[in-house]
Design a binder for this molecule. Sequence first.
Ligand SMILES: Nc1ncnc2c1ncn2[C@@H]1O[C@H](COP(=O)(O)OP(=O)(O)OP(=O)(O)O)[C@@H](O)[C@H]1O
Length: 323
Amino acid sequence: MQERLLEVRNLKKYFSTKKGLLHAVDDVNFFINKGETLGLAGESGCGKSTTGRVVLRLLEATEGEIIFEGKDIRAFNKDQMRVMRKEMQIVFQDPFASLNPRLSVSEIIAEPLVVNKVYKDKIEMRKHVSKLMETVGLAERLINTYPHELDGGRRQRIGIARALALNPKFIVQDEPVSALDVSIQAQILNLMDDLQKEFGLTYMFISHDLSVVKHVSDRIAVMYLGKIVELSDYTSMFKDPKHPYTQALLSAIPVPRIDVTRERIILEGDVPSPINPPEGCRFYGRCRYRQDICKEQTPELKDVGDLRFVACHFTNNLKETSK
Ligand SMILES: Nc1ncnc2c1ncn2[C@@H]1O[C@H](COP(=O)(O)OP(=O)(O)OP(=O)(O)O)[C@@H](O)[C@H]1O
């Protein structure tokens, strides 16, 4: 059996707003095995980034457990967390906004080494920074340049080098290529793939774009309005999406490698507000298979076999009720 690195149980993150309690992440459960990539997909605002930040304790959860290497890190005190943070890193979407423009490339990459007092000797630290630059494909001559002098791809390589500095086991990739030109996206995705193999890294890969997620993920969790509606391995999900929301999302993108033709499903209406959401299935108002029970009871994320999980009252038995 594969070893689990991370397991999240009944995770909730609510924000107090003037209009009421915003359910950004609402009772989410998943695990990530060592060395694998879990993709987290769904439309903007469904709670992906909040999930990533809560898992790393950059934001405090409202409820739930975050088990990393068998320990609930929500119970960790500041000192324990400081040690644990070395194991868990994040790469942000916008490499320009997330890099301090006043620091040079070497200072940015060295920051985690300085904060954690890894080196007394500056020359040793410089050697480590050079090595990290080489690892992520940044030329040595760029060591004293500043982020604004570099293109988006190089800036993202700096972000990745910084994330690697403390030899983490787990990296949350939060839309790491969304801000980049399409031509550069593949280079960065390939780099992350190579690094994963080289260092045995485990990734959580967040993206609103399923066509990007599918390239990098072993398993994919699809979120809708704070909840995971489907979690499955890549091939099964793309061949045979079970949840009506996943079906709609996948109908919009071409699927090379898997020989299926699909009817394009146009989702009507908007995503409802996450503030004080009603009981029942959150997808109810947009689902063409909805029944009365869906309005009344929230479907649990159920094991439907073959390590596939679906939150729908009518999995495998969808009957169209409206269009
Ligand atoms: N600090 C905050 N205070 C209040 N609401 C917040 C806060 N952070 C996020 N939210 C809200 O929580 C919900 C989930 O946001 P989140 O950024 O996690 O979604 P997302 O799926 O990552 O979307 P995107 O790709 O647009 O970032 C949204 O409704 C968002 O407005």
